[in-house]
Design a protein around this ligand. Structure first.
Ligand code: HEC
Ligand code: HEC
Length: 473
């Protein structure tokens, strides 16, 4: 529950300032990594070459049918290749409990700490950094070993099985070359080295951090980086009216890179529970349907175990909080948030905009009477009965809902006059009242989505500048 300083808006507006000074010409001093004309990527180290092979090696999985790339597809920015909220495992009768994150730009993630410094240099220290939605993996190397043995994911029976598969595989000699003639002698050491090799691949290979979006061209003042009118307005909404940049921080970040669109902190946004209570839900999370008492609460567990609340109902500042994801390549995804409950950016932005003003669009309701009122096409709930009671924040146990963030655009942006937190749900900002007008107009939402589209890698400027289209004028 941190109170964010609105001067952040100024920090996030760096892009606008640069764009305003021209946006064309090749005068930028910091070249974007893969803009045309920059040198070819350096060759991978031998360890990274092992990691590259292991990343696509299906023999490492229990059923010999799944590799890292099955869920983290190189064609989808190392995110999921389909719109499933959660993926099936090597054992296809089992499904995961969380959406697959993109593996791009993870090299910039600092280690997890309960009191991590914020890269914006303004916000106070708070939980930040680390890998997974709950930061429970300290390094990419230790992370890589979790999916291999996870029964819901690659489902290898033991470390020894994984090591034996590497030893029987095409890159066994390379493994010995890097880790010694006796590289397979000790299972624990060999298994840890496999993790180190995967980390080397994820860190060294440019495909994990290409910096080749239109945004990169814009921010470095390169040819082709002229944002359209709609994209520029969207950038302003991102930094200003919607204040997305308060969490999806544009940078510069710890490693000096701009535009990672995360400050690596943990926030409770209160996404609706992804279960069968959503009408027509194509893929509810099986664990949610199996047990209405099961809650994935991120930092406070159950997958992470060091911040478990004494009891489910005892307020705990870590509950319901998940890592702020990068928004790079978000426009190429079709599943969003830790529980994959949203399936388009249009839905995500409308959720932010109307979570407090129209919670009945998103969460199940009970009671009420009369003629059902239908909801907009992007809502999760199809209709609502007048007078119904909304079960808001239904994926966080009631005792923990006080952690939910009330930032703009969700909040009113005003602190209560007497500044008592008792009148608010979250961080000292008053939430918008149910039924009141949302913060953003449909035009602002459409512009914002256009801006998010500039964050997709592999941008090729069109030969001729388009004069019409949804993201042009
Ligand atoms: C069955 C699908 C699946 C497979 C296979 C899989 N992952 Fe993942 N991966 C996920 C999910 C789901 C998460 C989020 C898990 C969580 O937060 O608890 C994740 C998270 C990660 C993260 C953390 C990203 C972040 O934002 O912090 C990394 C890194 C990663 N996976 C790498 C790998 C590697 C390397 C392999 C192969 C050894 C692999 N994954 C195999 C589904 C998969
Ligand atoms: C208070 C901090 C905060 C603010 C402000 C914020 N976000 Fe987020 N955003 C998060 C967190 C935390 C998540 C992950 C939540 C979860 O999974 O439960 C997230 C998730 C997302 C995702 C899903 C990405 C993915 O890979 O699944 C998108 C897209 C997104 N936010 C866009 C925006 C936009 C656009 C705005 C401004 C309208 C915004 N956010 C404002 C913290 C914030």
């Amino acid at each position: 529950m941190k109170i964010r300083n609105l001067s952040l808006v100024a920090a996030g507006a760096a892009l606008l300032a640069l764009v305003a000074c021209g946006g064309s010409g090749d005068g930028g001093s910091t070249p974007a990594a893969s803009t045309p004309g920059t040198p070819a990527a350096p060759a991978l180290s031998l360890a990274a070459q092992i990691g590259q092979k292991a990343f696509v090696d299906q023999t490492l999985s229990g059923g010999k049918n799944m590799s890292c790339a099955s869920c983290h597809s190189p064609q989808y920015a190392y995110g999921p290749p389909n719109s499933l909220s959660v993926q099936l495992g090597s054992d296809p009768t089992r499904a995961g409990t969380r959406a697959v994150p993109s593996l791009r730009y993870k090299d910039a993630t600092p280690p997890y700490a309960d009191n991590a410094a914020n890269p914006d240099g303004v916000t106070g220290a708070a939980a930040g950094g680390g890998f997974m939605w709950d930061g429970r993996a300290a390094t990419l190397a230790s992370q890589a070993l979790l999916p291999l043995l996870n029964p819901l994911e690659m489902n290898a029976a033991s470390k020894a099985d994984v090591v034996a598969a590497v030893q029987a595989g095409s890159y066994a000699d390379l493994f010995r070359q890097v880790y010694g003639a006796d590289a397979f002698g000790n299972v624990d050491t060999a298994f840890a080295n496999l993790g180190a090799a995967i980390q080397a691949f994820e860190t060294e290979d440019r495909s994990f951090h290409p910096y080749s979006s239109k945004y990169d061209l814009a921010v470095h003042n390169k040819i082709g980086g002229d944002l359209t009118a709609a994209e520029k307005r969207g950038s302003q909404v991102f930094d200003g009216a919607a204040n997305c940049s308060a969490c999806h921080f544009a940078g510069p970040n710890f490693n000096g890179n701009v535009g990672l669109m995360t400050d690596f902190t943990y926030q409770a946004i209160g996404a609706p529970r992804n279960d069968s209570s959503i009408p027509g839900n194509p893929d509810p999370i099986p664990a949610n349907d199996a047990d209405s008492g099961y809650f994935d609460m991120g930092l406070c567990g159950p997958l992470r175990t060091d911040h478990a609340p004494a009891q489910l109902g005892t307020p705990d500042p870590y509950c319901g909080k998940f890592k702020v994801p990068t928004l790079r390549n978000a426009a190429t995804r079709s599943v969003f948030f830790h529980n994959g409950v949203f399936h388009s950016l249009n839905q995500v932005v409308h959720f932010y905009n109307t979570r407090d003003t129209h919670p009945e669009f998103w969460y199940p309701s009970s009671g009420g009477s009369g003629t059902p009122v239908s909801t907009p096409g992007w809502a999760l709930q199809l209709s609502v009965l007048p007078g119904a009671t909304v079960n808001k924040f239904n994926d966080i146990p009631p005792g923990q809902q006080g952690n939910v963030d009330e930032e703009v655009p969700l909040g009113t942006g005003t602190t209560p006059p007497n500044n008592t937190l008792a009148t608010t749900l979250g961080d000292g900002v008053l939430p918008r009242a149910p039924g009141s007008a949302p913060a953003l107009t449909e035009q602002q939402i459409s512009d914002l989505i256009c801006f998010l589209g500039t964050l997709s890698d592999g941008y090729q400027p069109p030969a001729t500048t388009p004069t019409s289209g949804p993201c042009v004028n």
